[in-house]
Design a protein around this ligand. Structure first.
Ligand code: FES
Length: 677
């Protein structure tokens, strides 16, 4: 026998190989995903495999004890120093001596799948842009003069099939000492380049180096900047952190920031500096949290809306503030981190920015599409990324449409009388008894309701400080369900509703949710102005969804996905009572958590995913809400709670909304006419 059958699992790939062929070589020839950093020199242990022995009827082979070469001294040395699980071999050392079945464990696969930890996390197939490669470089020869870099490039070509490697000047300066210190053996971090860009060496270490390669997935929002620090070798999230976008001082929402630029020459530069500084600060703090050096961060992927995109890049966003909302550029970008003043991370680090879909629909929406994959959905799905600017995707495997809608910051607690950002002490859940009209609530940081024992003790620490976005949505929806607010959004009086919690404020009324004034705390109320602000925000959101539904020619959707950090906290029932989202069976309204952040993480871990979303973005059809004549009509109809004209049959199955009317100009008896549907 001169050759033998080698079968790899779980891939099922098989082939015949000459006796004596290393398993790693066989794997490479068959395209089996078996990792290696040292190129088969028995140093890195990335190539671990588990041979199977005995009868494999499924594969039609019997594997004898001598199917692989004997355990050798390299493996023994590795096992004694670093340890090797019983039954494992090093694929570069074990040679094929007979028919054999070889299992490649997940940790030895380059394209390993990162298994999701919760329902909101997508599985990711690892395909990182940056990898560590160990190379042995030819020594200089006076008779054949060539540069050390050229010989390193040749070694990378011959040993790793990396062609046309490049490096920046800073790295060139470190090249010679590294090569000599490592006795002409070095490990390099190689970024494979995007599209036409050449592969590039990002870092170099003498000898074999197995240090960490880390990346940042950044969701750059108008209000908050959130980041995950990921291990680029296995996709693990080592730390997550967020901070406020410092641009808030220039304007709460995007258009006010564009106006700031229009009215203040140089304002764009100020905002660019502010956001870049914040990203740097975030990189430092997240690295500290994960106990790594910020310079071990070699890559970042950033997703953001178009205005943030331009301000980050230092491009004046003025054109985005007026029709036809032209982007300076919409394609993906691969940059040096230092071009974005990201001085905290590795000096050679690379940044990838996802493509924008259109002038109002940014790379953050592309990231949501990458994470949620509406284009692969069999049923008609509406994905709503709720933020200061809501972004919506509607579609299925046939076509996907996108739009954005200017909801404003009300859903984040801004423009609300007692509003605050989601933080400990903020009211986040509200229930109002339909008979007594008495509320009970929960604050962030505690699971205890306000009418339960222990609530006072818990809130003694945090206080009851205000009401956050999810809290105001629940409060308004509960007020509607309890008959304290009518379909037009008017709050009734104490007399009309029978509760002293409704107090007059000028010509309108407010509902006292919590009065902490006796103890020096705030009086937390829901005012008529609050309800108006929520109505405007939810009308914009619904009108955007309706426009997309018109464009596809449907009146209902099969399911709704609420994305965004805020979306994760919205109660689907209350969102539907308000008419924020179209009617759908309640169990078909789900939360995807921070889908834009997840999309950023997928792109960070996978070049294939970057390529996929670049192709997908070209196929997503953009609907421009700002110039669509029907938007206004949809907006006006959506002002009612839940809606003036659209039926909500699924909602009606679970909630009966009281027929009340508090229109002061309408005779004033409406409040007493509280019959139910
Ligand atoms: Fe590095 Fe086998 S390939 S130890």
């Amino acid at each position: 026998m001169t050759d033998a059958l080698v079968i790899f699992t779980p891939s099922g790939k098989r082939g015949r190989f000459a006796l004596g062929t290393p398993v790693l070589t066989a794997a490479r020839q068959l395209g089996v995903d078996l990792d290696s950093v040292c190129g088969g020199r028995g140093i890195c242990s990335k190539c671990q495999i588990t041979p199977g022995y005995g009868e494999f009827s499924k594969h039609g082979v019997t594997v004898s004890d001598g199917a692989l070469s004997e355990w050798n001294s390299v493996e023994e040395r590795y096992k004694s120093i670093r340890g090797l699980t019983e039954g494992r071999r090093l694929g570069c050392q074990a040679k094929v001596m007979g028919d054999v079945v070889i299992d490649v464990p997940p940790e030895s696969q380059v394209h390993k799948q990162v298994i999701r930890k919760s329902a909101t996390q997508r599985d990711i197939v690892m395909d990182p842009a940056t990898r560590l490669l160990y190379v042995e470089v030819a020594e200089p020869d006076m008779h054949e003069p060539s540069g050390d870099f050229e010989r390193l490039a040749t070694a990378l070509r011959d040993q790793w099939q990396v062609n046309g490697i490049t490096a920046d000047l800073a790295l060139m300066r470190r090249l010679q000492p590294s090569l000599r210190k490592g006795d002409w053996k070095v490990t390099v971090a190689v970024h494979r380049g995007n599209h036409d860009a050449a592969p590039r060496i990002l870092d170099i270490w003498p000898g074999f180096h197995d240090g960490g390669l880390y990346g940042l997935a950044i969701d750059l929002g108008s209000t908050t900047i959130a980041a995950h620090l990921c291990d680029l070798r296995d996709g693990a999230v080592l730390a997550s952190a967020g901070l406020m976008n410092p641009q808030i001082r220039f304007g709460e929402d995007l258009m006010s920031r564009v106006s700031y630029v229009m009215m203040n020459p140089g304002g764009d530069v100020e905002m660019t500096c502010a956001v870049r500084g914040a990203i740097n600060a975030l990189a430092i703090s997240i690295a500290a949290e994960a106990n790594i050096a910020p310079t071990a961060i070699y890559e970042a992927v950033i997703v953001c809306n178009p205005v943030m995109h331009h301000l980050l890049l230092g491009i004046d966003p003025v054109e985005l503030g007026q029709a036809p909302f032209a982007l300076a550029l919409s394609g993906s970008l691969s940059l040096d981190a230092r071009e974005l003043d990201m001085g905290a991370v590795n000096p050679s680090a690379r940044v990838y920015i996802l493509p924008c879909i259109a002038g109002h629909v940014g790379a953050d929406c592309a990231a949501v599409a990458l994470s949620e994959e509406p284009g692969k959905s069999k049923d008609m799905v509406l994905i709503v990324d709720v933020g200061t600017n809501a972004e919506l995707l509607l579609g299925n495997e046939t076509r996907v449409l996108a739009c954005s809608s200017p909801t404003g910051p009300a859903f984040e607690g801004a423009q609300i009388s007692s509003g605050q950002r989601a933080a400990p002490g903020a009211i986040e859940r509200v229930e109002i008894d339909v008979v007594t009209k008495e509320p009970r609530f929960r604050v962030i940081g505690s699971d205890i309701w306000s009418n339960e024992a222990g609530f006072d003790a818990v809130t003694a620490i945090t206080g009851i400080t205000g009401i956050c976005g999810s809290g105001i949505i629940e409060a308004v929806a509960e007020m509607r369900m309890a008959g304290l607010v009518d379909a037009k959004g008017l709050i009734g009086s104490a007399e009309q509703t029978g509760t002293a919690r409704l107090i007059p404020e000028g010509r309108t009324h407010s509902y006292v949710l919590h009065d902490g004034s006796a103890a020096g705390g705030p009086k937390i109320m829901v005012t008529q102005g609050d309800i108006r602000a929520i109505q405007l925000a939810k009308s914009a959101l619904y009108a955007g969804a309706r426009l997309l539904m018109d464009a596809i020619g449907i009146d209902t959707v099969d399911r709704v996905v609420l994305a965004g950090a805020f979306g994760a906290h919205i109660s689907p029932k209350h969102a539907m009572v308000l008419g924020m989202i179209p009617d759908a069976p309640l169990d078909k309204v789900t939360s995807a958590g921070n889908a834009a952040g997840t999309g950023a993480r997928i792109a960070l871990c996978s070049v294939a995913a970057r390529n996929a979303i670049e192709a997908t973005v070209g196929e997503i059809h953009k609907v421009e809400t700002a110039i669509e004549p029907k938007f206004q009509e949809h907006f006006v109809n959506a002002n009612a709670i839940p809606h003036a004209t659209d039926p909500f049959p699924e909602l009606a199955k679970i909630v009966t909304l009281p027929h009340v009317s508090f229109n002061t100009g309408g005779g004033g008896d409406g409040g007493r006419r509280r019959k139910r549907d």
